[in-house]
Design a binder for this molecule. Structure first.
Ligand code: AHR
Length: 553
């Protein structure tokens, strides 16, 4: 049986989905007319939402870098120094905070030195993903020309206003090469030979890269380690790293979904040398992809996957159900970590997440792992970002997999064509949560009921999150029901608002998607929402993501 490891050699915890709130104060008349309530508790903070929870991921994989991000400075496609201009402009709009690079699995096959120096003199190398490429794939996807490397990536981040997050190769390069990459990026102007090489590339001043991944999926493509072996490698790679006055935040390669053994094994081995070792770990990187649409029939990585654009309502709920596991995964790994890290010095980083469908919906044939996101993926993404917000105190960062032309893309791009997917619109609608104070929000809403192959199944009726910046309140809500709109009363406990502006992403067809030829099939719509006696009354359309903005009085 193929699992993900082989392939690449809901509960509503903390919420009250069906339970009516302990907070009363809803009038009897209102209670008769509306069966759904949302209460926002202004005095119950769940922590500050790190802007980095809205992070991204770009790998040398299929059309992500070559064609997606990088078009080349001589291209007719509008670009900034070779980087696709439309992409940069929308990423600025969504306040993209951080971008992870160069992988993914690619990272543990990558020699960073191949991607520096004069562009024309860089070597062409076999891409890690060669075996998955097809006859239709362009040569640059199979044999990497290294036109895009560290300098271009850091420039991309600067153009966007994001922090770079580099993943080091632990499987196939020695620790000294990790140190040298840090030296290349961060050693002061003129101080080292590598700083001089960096200066020749146009940056005498250091890049000051703060976030570094120590390997990727070290349980699989990143070296096939046991958790104990990886803990030893992590200790070695992270020992005596030069930091040049730029504190480094090291991210360790964490578990695949519910692999509790990986978390326990790593932490147990790490503290064998004493709990101070935990001080070296900034983040523990969980990966979770939602892929199994077999409704319990198989765990086979290939056979279990479903189609990205052709699906029935049960497939809609199933992928949401698989994605909603994220909440349990955060809670479960957090608990496992606490067995060894009693003070929770280490926080979680979810540096790969999203739905993963089988091949067939590529906007550009030949782009491996590319899929066309639909409204379903927008709802999935809103749901996931809400989960992150609700666990703001446990998470430092999250990175959607991936930014463009790969899996849960915010954008699709090919040559001079570019489109913002429904997922990209969700990131724009949620951008206002970044840096806000996450507030406990109680959803008291009847569940969705559906038939799962002859057996009754349920999914929550409405869910979301809320955050506060001064007096500006942002509430985001997902209605997963494929056909039923849901009217709800939204009460702000400890405050009130006179008006609410709703931005909604929805469509009458749950398969709706944006394509190169129809770029605005799914776009957000704005509408003022009614406020009656201090209570916002809003109807959430079926299959929708909504952002309600309010100014507190
Ligand atoms: O995002 C695609 C791949 O999925 C990444 O390279 C790898 O880390 C994960 O298994």
């Amino acid at each position: 049986m193929k699992n993900r490891r082989g392939f690449i050699q809901t509960t509503l915890a903390g919420t009250a989905g069906l339970v009516f709130s302990r907070y009363s104060g809803i009038s009897a008349a209102a209670a008769q007319s509306v069966d759904s309530r949302v209460e926002i508790l202004l005095d119950e903070s769940l922590g500050k939402i790190s802007p980095n929870l809205y992070g991204h991921f770009t790998e040398h994989l299929g059309g992500t870098i070559y064609d997606g991000v990088w078009v080349g400075a001589k291209s007719k496609v509008p670009n900034f120094d070779g980087i696709r201009k439309d992409l940069v402009e929308h990423m600025r709009k969504i306040k993209a905070p951080v971008v992870r690079y160069p992988g993914g699995c690619f990272a543990d096959s990558y020699d960073w030195r191949d991607g520096i120096g004069p562009s024309g003199q860089r070597p062409r190398r076999t891409n890690f993903w060669l075996g998955a490429e097809t006859d239709k794939s362009p040569a640059s996807h199979k044999y990497d020309p290294n036109e895009f490397g560290t300098n271009e990536f850091v420039n991309f981040c600067r153009l966007v206003g994001a922090e770079p997050y580099l993943a080091a190769n632990v499987r196939s390069l020695p620790a000294s090469e990790f140190y040298r990459w840090v030296e290349y990026c961060n050693s002061p102007a003129g101080s080292t030979t590598l700083a001089e090489e960096r200066a020749k590339a146009g940056s005498a001043e250091p890049y000051n890269v703060r976030y570094w991944g120590v390997g990727n999926e070290s349980w699989g493509c990143g070296g096939d380690f046991t958790p104990q072996e990886y803990a030893v490698e992590f200790r070695r790679y992270s020992a005596w790293l030069p930091h040049y006055g730029q504190p480094l935040s090291l991210i360790a390669s964490g578990p695949n979904s519910d692999d509790w053994n990986w978390t326990r094994g790593f932490f147990e081995e790490t503290i064998r040398k004493g709990p101070s070792q935990l001080g070296r770990i900034y983040g523990w990187a969980l990966h979770h992809y939602a892929w199994n649409l077999s409704r319990g029939r198989t765990n086979d990585w290939e056979k279990g996957k479903g189609d990205a654009i052709q699906f029935d309502p049960v497939d809609w709920y199933e992928i949401l159900r698989e994605g909603a596991r994220m909440e349990d995964l955060i809670l479960g790994h957090w608990q496992a970590m606490s067995e060894f890290d009693h003070e929770h010095r280490v926080k979680l980083v979810v540096d790969e997440w999203g739905p993963w469908y089988r091949a067939g919906s590529e906007a550009t044939p030949g782009d491996i792992l590319e899929q066309t996101p639909t409204l379903r993926d927008a709802v999935f993404s809103g749901m996931t970002l809400d989960i992150f917000n609700r666990h703001a105190s446990k998470l430092h960062m999250a990175n959607c997999a991936q930014l463009i032309n790969c899996l849960n893309s915010l954008y699709l791009g090919h040559e001079d064509r570019f489109v913002i997917t429904p997922v990209g619109h969700v990131f724009e609608m949620y951008a206002g949560h970044q840096g806000g104070e996450s507030l406990r929000t109680i959803f008291s809403v009847p569940s969705v009921e559906y038939d799962r192959d002859g057996r009754p199944a349920t999914f929550w009726g409405l869910h979301g999150s809320a955050s506060l910046h001064g007096k500006d309140l942002l509430v985001t809500v997902v209605n997963p029901h494929t056909t039923r709109a849901r009217e709800a009363e939204i009460t702000i406990r400890g405050g009130s608002a006179n008006s609410a502006m709703a931005t909604t992403l929805s469509h009458s067809d749950i398969h709706a998607r944006n394509t190169f030829d129809n770029r605005e099939a799914v776009i957000p719509q704005k509408k003022e929402s009614a406020v009656r006696n201090g209570v916002v009354v809003h109807t959430f359309p079926a299959a929708s993501v909504t952002a309600l903005s309010m100014h507190l009085t």
